[in-house]
Design a protein around this ligand. Structure first.
Ligand SMILES: C[S@@+](CC[C@H](N)C(=O)[O-])C[C@H]1O[C@@H](n2cnc3c(N)ncnc32)[C@H](O)[C@@H]1O
Length: 389
């Protein structure tokens, strides 16, 4: 893929930009193999590697997190330079075309709403970020990360104009982040549209996404990831499953079996919005009371939850999909001591995956697959099936 921003040195976020795509994927597979092969079962002749799942090279990002800079009359959407000034990347080629097509109206809305972009060095201004998520059907969720209630009122007042200018708009929110802090969003979310949830078709089902919920970056690759997990879970057909770090429930719901199945599924996730999203998706997918009782989600810290569980509550299979930092010593140690015969570990950081595996010597990697969630960057997803040796 060619990128003018990269070639001009304006943005170097995509560190593999310009490298032929097949070479990128081969490099990622080689890295995964080098880091995971030491954890293969010596008796089975190594890890059974499934072919890597490749992505569209461009336009694959279904979620764009844009820093707003510049001025109210001439805003920039993109990143900040080393001095904290806005760098405009409104034509970034890895973002989904439907989101790129929305940028002119969103940039126009900043001017119309009078939202002064936040000036990081001067600590002045109002609008910090725009976070835009696109569902497969083109519907959009737009979140304005602002500092004050005044800005919320202004976005609300101009909503009818924005709806006219941007027909795919489904959900609009204001997220409040008054502090001068290097984070993407704050805790308070004000939903400004009647619709508060973005339905996203991913894999074989529709997830329901509330604003403060993680969604996988690349919808086509997320679909392949959830299907891979579902295939392994269905093959093992466990009576009970935990999905730790479940987000909006993609793994849990794919691994829940069909309606009327006896499989008990529990998703654990720290974000209350994501848990509410997962429950909405479950209720839309499963109408029988029995299914709703056997597929549950709770808001909790994954490590604290596991450590507090009674020995007889440990399920037959655990799925984990932690953030980049990995499981950490405590949860990896708990799995080592108490974990079940099988773990499905999906990771966006093969280094932290390898670190966790080193803390779980009773498990061996039986199967693995690389899924290229993040083309043009060195990042990728790796899903593994672990078995107790
Ligand atoms: C890589 S995402 C995976 C989400 C989900 N499995 C999916 O496929 O969309 C990691 C998730 O872990 C959640 N999380 C972060 N720290 C956590 C913690 N200490 N305990 C439970 N969940 C946590 C995040 O909110 C996020 O939803």
């Amino acid at each position: 893929m060619q990128c003018d921003y990269f070639d001009a040195g304006t943005c170097r976020s995509c560190t593999l930009m310009g490298q032929p795509y097949a070479e990128q994927v081969a490099g990622k597979e080689a890295r995964a193999r080098a880091l995971l092969e030491p954890f293969a079962a010596s008796t089975t002749g190594g890890i059974a590697w499934l072919p890597a799942v490749t992505s569209a090279e461009s336009g694959f990002r279904a979620k764009a997190k844009m820093v707003v800079g510049g001025t109210v009359d001439s805003p920039t959407l993109g990143i900040l330079d080393a001095a904290g000034r806005g760098v405009d990347l409104r034509h970034c080629g890895i973002i989904a075309p439907g989101i790129l097509a929305a940028f002119p109206a969103l940039i126009g809305s900043i001017t119309r709403m009078g939202l002064a972009p936040y000036d990081v060095p001067a600590r002045r201004g109002e609008l910090k970020h725009l976070i835009v998520t696109e569902a497969g059907d083109g519907a959009l969720m737009v979140r304005y990360v602002v500092r004050s209630q005044g800005a919320v009122a202004s976005i609300r007042a101009h909503l009818p104009w924005l709806r006219d200018a941007l027909p795919p708009l489904a959900v609009v929110t204001a997220n409040l982040l008054p502090e001068h802090k290097a984070v993407l969003e704050g805790e308070v979310e004000v939903v400004l549209t009647e619709q508060a949830v973005l339905p996203m078709g991913v894999g074989d089902l529709t997830l329901q996404v509330r604003p403060q919920s993680f969604v996988q970056t690349n919808t086509a690759i997320a679909a392949a990831l959830y299907r891979q997990a579902r295939d392994w879970v269905d093959e093992l057909d466990p009576a009970s499953v935990w999905d730790l770090y479940c987000g909006v429930g993609g793994f849990a719901l794919h691994g829940a079996g069909s309606s009327g199945s006896g499989r008990a599924v529990l998703g654990v996730e720290v974000s209350a919005d994501a848990v509410a999203s997962a429950e909405l998706a479950r209720d839309a997918l499963f109408t029988a009371d029995g299914d709703r009782r056997r597929i549950r989600f709770i808001a909790a810290d994954a490590t604290a939850f596991a450590l507090a569980a009674a020995p007889d509550a440990v399920p037959v299979l655990v799925i984990v999909n932690p953030p980049r930092r990995g499981l950490g010593a405590e949860l990896a140690g708990w799995l080592e001591r108490r974990g079940p015969a099988h773990v499905v570990y999906s990771s966006c950081n093969v280094e932290s995956l390898a670190r966790d595996l080193a803390a779980m010597p009773s498990y061996r990697v039986a199967r693995a697959r690389v899924l290229d969630m993040f083309p043009q960057s060195s990042h990728f997803e790796a899903i593994t099936l672990l078995e107790r040796a």
